[in-house]
Design a binder for this molecule. Structure first.
Ligand code: IMP
Ligand code: MG
Length: 475
């Protein structure tokens, strides 16, 4: 399919011509993969520019479910899928992910992309048990971004292809962190023995348990092997390809990961991820800021309620049966870690902050169908902070923790018959949604525009089910 098809689609009014970016507008898991499935037929090239195996994107298309963590979703559609230097990757997992798709040759990766080793993963666990517990995915994200930032410990995709150099870099990293790694090794040994005694499943040992040299060797062997398998996907400079691709008239989708409220700099620090997650930063890491369509190229995925995995303040959290219902109906369990997600009401204050700071103009609202499982959903329209009502999002996590949500009852969103609604949606747009759902969408849209100050903010589409096309587009 090409751009010709777009002209006759309701998406035509909303999608970009050159480059667009899509990011999560909450704490991740908003349904970015669903949006990508809907618009994939109109896209030529897909890009991931930050994050890594911490993210989980579910793409459901043609009766098949793909679980992507690092590979851009375009791989499910046999389209060029580019991973830029802004990412950090686990090469073994990457190779495994590629095997899900019919044609892995569409995937390319920048030679400068940082590598996550077993030692980085071990140290992610160390940080979680010996410092502030962030509730990370334990994929080694933080330590790998630390290696990138300190430069001396950085191991890149290019290094995987040179065994000698790889061995030096791995030894350098392991020796620099030897004390903590050995401490972790002792702890893991104890846990492993304990589990064995109790007849439980063994854990994957990530730290050195019998000598540093053996440990380094095992890492090098594993990484070199992965490097050989990935070698023909490696390119020197992905930004050259991408910029040329725009100039050739291709339409490019840059896929964000996590959510704006998990941004390392402007999220709910320190309970955030280690990369930047705003639309602006995600585009910049692809080398495509200048090419983005200003009008239609800045998309945020917004879930009709709120979820969060891991620690950190969550003002609208529901620790009751309504929260449990949302978790069940919305299947709110982590795609990467399997952890149950914390659930809560839609938070207009937090999401409006994300819209503004994350540079979003167009919203794609997901999972409104899930809300029909709870009789009377609420929306948080303001916070009560230390006796004052405010729509300003506190930048200090300790203050945010004290924020009490002021909730507005929305009434039932109504039962959505997916097939009929999609059919009617082609003619009637949002008019096809039950009255309660329509009201909900309009309220979310106007609150976000008003509180964020992004006056032209618009919700352009509403997702009513997990499969591609179970969506109503505004006409
Ligand atoms: P890390 O990215 O593994 O370091 O985890 C830092 C925080 O971000 C934790 O609260 C994680 O649960 C959260 N996080 C990381 N990736 C995702 C994601 O893709 N979806 C939702 N939360 C995420
Ligand atoms: Mg996810």
């Amino acid at each position: 399919m090409t751009k010709k098809d777009l002209a006759s689609s309701p998406w035509a009014r909303h999608l970009w011509d050159t480059v667009g970016v899509v990011v999560g507008a909450q704490w991740g898991d908003e349904g970015k993969g669903k949006f990508v499935s809907d618009v994939a037929p109109y896209m030529d090239v897909f890009v991931r520019s930050q994050g890594g195996p911490n993210s989980g994107h579910t793409v459901m298309v043609n009766g098949k479910r793909y679980a992507f963590h690092q590979v851009p979703s375009g791989a499910a559609f046999r389209k060029p899928s580019v991973m830029t230097a802004g990412m950090v990757v686990n090469p073994n997992l990457l190779y495994g992910e590629m095997q899900q798709v019919d044609d892995p040759s569409v995937v390319v990766i920048d030679s400068r992309t940082a590598i996550i080793t077993k030692a980085h993963r071990a140290l992610d666990g160390y940080g979680e048990t010996n410092g502030t517990t962030i509730g990370t995915t334990r994929q080694g994200m933080g330590p790998a971004y630390e290696s990138k930032a300190n430069r001396r410990e950085l191991i890149t995709v290019a290094d995987l292809l040179d065994r000698q150099r790889l061995a030096e870099k791995v030894a350098n990293y392991v020796h620099a962190h030897q004390t903590q790694l050995l401490e972790m090794g002792e702890a893991e040994k104890r846990i492993a023995e304990e589990r064995k005694k109790q007849g439980m499943q063994p854990i994957e040992i990530l730290s050195p348990t019998d000598g540093i040299d053996e440990y380094c060797e095992s890492i090098v062997a594993e990484l070199f092997d992965a490097g050989q398998k990935l070698a023909h996907h490696v390119v020197g400079d992905t930004s050259v390809m991408l910029q040329k691709s725009v100039n050739d008239g291709n339409r490019i989708l840059v896929e964000g990961a996590q959510g704006i409220l998990l941004d390392r700099d402007v999220g709910t620090v320190p309970y955030v991820t280690s990369s930047r997650t705003t639309a602006g930063a995600t585009l910049a890491d692809a080398g495509l800021s200048r090419y983005a369509d200003r009008e239609n190229g800045f998309w945020g995925i917004i879930k009709a309620y709120a979820t969060r995995v891991g620690g950190g303040p969550f003002p609208t959290e529901l620790e009751n049966s309504a929260g449990e219902k949302l978790r069940k109906a919305g299947v709110e369990f982590g795609t990467t870690t399997g952890r149950p997600r914390r659930t809560g009401w839609f938070d207009a204050v937090a999401t409006a902050y994300a819209v503004r700071v994350g540079e979003i103009r167009t919203g794609y609202l997901t999972k409104i169908d899930v809300l029909s499982s709870v009789g009377n959903p609420m929306i948080c329209v303001a916070y009560l902070v230390d006796g004052k009502i405010t729509t300003e999002f506190p930048t200090d996590a300790r203050v945010l923790k004290r924020a009490k949500p002021l909730l507005e009852p929305m009434g039932a969103v109504g039962k959505i018959n997916r097939h009929d609604t999609v059919m009617a949606g082609r003619r009637k747009g949002f008019g096809a949604l039950p009255a309660g759902s329509r009201r909900y969408v309009e309220r979310v849209e106007s609150l976000l525009a008003e509180i964020s100050g992004v006056s032209d903010f618009e919700i352009a589409a509403v997702s009513i089910g997990p499969w591609k096309g179970q969506t109503v587009v505004k006409i």
